[in-house]
Every structure is written in structure tokens, then in C-alpha cells.
Design a protein around this ligand. Structure first.
Ligand code: FAD
Ligand code: NAI
Length: 329
């Protein structure tokens, strides 16, 4: 359909969603990601105790198009419903907080979705793009190793807003919109215990604490590995205030907050991991769908163009592809 392939920077859910829609329409796409694998903030980390969902924990589906996609993923065995015993904690102890919300997780790990979506796509990993520039007719990308990639007919930037800003110097208006989006950090910690903790809590929304969320990884469907693994997320505020703390100190703090909160005997973890997500969530929601300078051939998508959720990322990728295809017609 196009004379040169389309470049997509970022293999998170948004970039992969755009890639799927474009491939389906017969376009050739080439993807680039600075990480070693796909999935972005919805990826999982392997450990001796099984895989750990350190980023996105679960997702909900409110838009019909995403519901349809989820049904397909469910039929492929890529996702399953997760119905945790939910609690809230607000400084006055734990309270059961059941609800009717359907929640989904990737199986056997969150990262399985990205792996499957990226499976047949031409992707270069461990490749940080530092510049997007236009030659006479086509687009080219420059990576951090000074290698040039291209030519491309169009470019889709599917990265968090602060990272997109740096790549959009060829389209100052798009760069200015991205620059106006603040994204908050999240410190994530996983603790692995050899024996299960004595609690029925499987997920907890936390307030008035350094923590914001905690989950029993083993309560999710299809999880592999041994031991009892817990994922703790610090609040945006705590994460911002402790952004440069060492991983060891973050683990100590959040482990302490967790022990105080769950109120059950807590042995020392057999393994602990910390990960700092610098651009974890947009400070607010937007209704942009995706950004475009169609005359230039530059498109931008990501959760921050809609809601800072897996569903928002997927819908934004679809919207970037739709806008691009519309302009090709
Ligand atoms: P990303 O996943 O960030 O993908 C962007 C990709 O671009 C990354 O792979 C990155 O490596 C790559 N990249 C960036 N810059 C460059 C560059 N210069 N060159 C090359 N590659 C680059 N959502 C929910 O729905 N439910 C939840 O429970 C939930 N919990 C969360 C918990 C945490 C701790 C975090 C961090 C996020 C959570 N989210 C949750 C949000 C959800 O993960 C995101 O909304 C979604 O995954 C974002 O997808 P994306 O494709 O827009 O961006
Ligand atoms: P959702 O509908 O389950 O939750 C939305 C919000 O509603 C929750 O954050 C919580 O405050 C509240 N809530 C939901 N169920 C509750 C219950 N049973 N009891 C008490 N409060 C309840 O999921 P949705 O809308 O898909 O949101 C995704 C989740 O991802 C949110 O929890 C959000 O905080 C989290 N997220 C975390 C990020 C991070 O960096 N830590 C980044 C992006 C999203």
C-alpha cells in the first residue's frame, strides 16, 4: 500500500495495537524498542520464583472494541479473568471491598500479550531511537549507537509523553502537546516468600500509606513458579519523593509498610526485586485518541492520549492506525 514501510517506535500495547491494525490493512511495519522485549509497562520480569507482573496488574474493558479484542485474546488463551479477594486499606486497618468489576490478566503472565502481538512483526530491540528526521521524501530514525534506520513512509511514536517530546522536533505542534503531559513515577517491589503468608488478601487498594496497591501474584490464573510472590506499588507521591532512593532502601521501606498493613507473621523474603517506572501514569486523562500531523506523516499514540490504562493504550494505537490509513486513501 505504501512505497516504504511504516516505522513504529515503542512496542508497548499502543505500538503493538497500531502495528496489528496496520498489518491487517496490508502495510509493512518495522518496530523499534529500547527494551530487550515487547510489552513496555505491561511486561513481566522472569525470576527464580516465576514471572512477576511488576507493571500493569490487571485491566478492565469499557469500550466495545476492546471488549471484542479481549474475547479473541481469551479464545487464544492469552488472557483470563482474575477475581481476587479485594480489600481496601486507609490507615484504619483492612476492609473487605468486593465488587462486580470484571478484571483481566495476561496468562500465564502479563507479558504474554505483548509477546504474542509482537510474534510475527519485524522488530529491533535494545534500540533507543534518539532522533526522527525527514530526508527529501522519506523518514529516517537515528538510534543511540548513531545507526540510521529507514527509509520509512510514516512514523508512529508510541512512547510515554516525555519520551515522545524528544522525538517530535520535526513537528513542533505535536511536541508541544506531548510536552504538556506530566507523567508520574511508580516504584514497584516484588517480594517472594518460601511459605505462603497467612492471609486471604489477594489484592488491595491502599490509601494514606507509602503504598497504593498490593497483590498476591499467585492468585492470578495460570501463574507458574514456586513460593508466594507479592507485588507492591508505591503511590505516585511517595515514588516522586523517593525517586533517587537505592533499590535496597525502597525494598526496606515498602516491605515495612506491607508488613504493617497485612497484619500477619511475615518472614524475611527469599527474594526481593525493585523496579522504578519513571513514566508510570499520566497525571490526567485526555480525549485525543492519537495525535497526528497527517501532511508530514507523523503520528503519536500511547495511554496518555486517552486514559493511563492498558485499554487506553490499545485504543490509542488503533486510533493512530485509523488516522494513518484514512490519510492513505
Ligand atoms: P509503554 O508500555 O510505556 O510502551 C512504550 C514503549 O516504548 C516501551 O516498551 C519503551 O521501552 C519504548 N520506548 C520509549 N522510548 C523509546 C525510544 N526513545 N526508543 C525506542 N523505544 C522507546 N494499566 C491498567 O490498565 N491496569 C493496571 O493495573 C495498571 N497498573 C500499572 C502499574 C504500573 C506500575 C505501571 C507502570 C503501569 C500500570 N498500568 C496499568 C498502565 C499500563 O501499563 C499502561 O497504560 C500501558 O501499558 C501503556 O502502554 P503504552 O504502549 O502506551 O506505553
Ligand atoms: P478499576 O476499576 O479496578 O479501578 C479504578 C480505581 O477504582 C482503583 O484505583 C481504586 O481506587 C478504585 N476501586 C476499584 N475497585 C475498588 C474496590 N473494590 N474497592 C475500592 N476501590 C476500588 O480499574 P481501572 O479503572 O481499569 O484502573 C486500572 C488500575 O490501574 C487502577 O487501579 C490504577 O490505579 C492502576 N494504575 C496504576 C498505575 C501505576 O503506575 N501504579 C498506572 C496506571 C494505572
Amino acid at each position: 500500500m505504501t512505497t516504504a514501510p511504516i516505522a513504529i517506535i515503542g512496542t508497548g500495547i499502543a505500538g503493538l495495537s497500531a502495528a496489528q491494525a496496520l498489518t491487517k490493512a496490508g502495510c509493512a511495519v518495522h518496530l523499534f524498542d529500547k527494551s530487550r522485549g515487547p510489552g513496555g509497562r505491561a511486561s513481566s520480569k522472569r525470576s527464580d520464583f516465576g514471572s512477576l507482573d511488576l507493571g500493569a496488574q490487571y485491566f478492565t474493558a469499557r469500550d466495545r472494541r476492546f471488549v471484542n479484542q479481549l474475547q479473541q485474546w481469551q479464545a487464544q488463551g492469552l488472557v483470563a479473568e482474575w477475581s481476587p479477594t479485594l480489600y481496601t486499606a486507609n490507615g484504619n486497618g483492612l476492609n473487605l471491598s468486593p465488587d462486580e468489576q470484571v478484571r483481566w490478566v495476561g496468562t500465564p503472565r502479563m507479558g504474554a500479550i505483548g509477546r504474542e502481538l509482537a510474534k510475527d512483526l519485524q522488530t529491533v530491540y535494545s534500540c533507543r531511537i534518539v532522533e526522527v528526521f525527514r530526508g527529501k521524501e522519506y523518514w529516517h530514525l537515528l538510534d543511540a549507537e548513531n545507526q540510521s534506520h529507514g527509509p520509512f513512509s510514516h512514523v508512529i511514536c508510541a512512547v510515554p509523553a516525555p519520551q515522545a517530546t524528544a522525538l517530535l522536533s520535526a513537528a513542533p505542534k505535536l511536541a508541544a502537546v506531548a510536552a504538556g503531559v506530566k507523567m508520574d513515577p511508580t516504584w514497584a517491589v516484588a517480594l517472594c516468600f518460601e511459605q505462603p503468608l497467612d492471609t486471604d488478601l489477594e489484592g488491595c487498594f491502599v490509601q494514606n500509606s507509602p503504598l497504593d496497591w498490593l497483590a498476591a501474584n499467585r492468585s492470578k490464573p495460570g501463574r507458574d513458579g514456586n513460593g508466594d510472590t507479592w507485588v507492591l506499588h508505591a503511590s505516585s507521591e511517595w515514588s516522586r519523593q523517593h525517586i533517587d532512593l537505592s533499590k535496597e532502601a525502597v525494598i526496606d521501606h515498602l516491605h515495612g509498610a506491607f508488613a504493617e498493613l497485612v497484619n500477619c507473621p511475615m518472614p524475611a523474603p527469599a527474594m526481593s526485586v525493585a523496579h522504578r517506572w519513571l513514566y508510570a501514569r499520566p497525571a490526567g486523562n485526555h480525549e485525543w485518541g492519537a495525535l497526528a500531523d497527517a501532511d508530514l506523516g507523523l503520528y503519536v499514540c500511547g495511554d496518555w492520549c486517552l486514559s493511563g490504562r492498558v485499554e487506553g493504550a490499545w485504543l490509542s494505537g488503533q486510533e493512530a492506525a485509523r488516522k494513518l490509513l484514512e490519510h492513505l486513501e
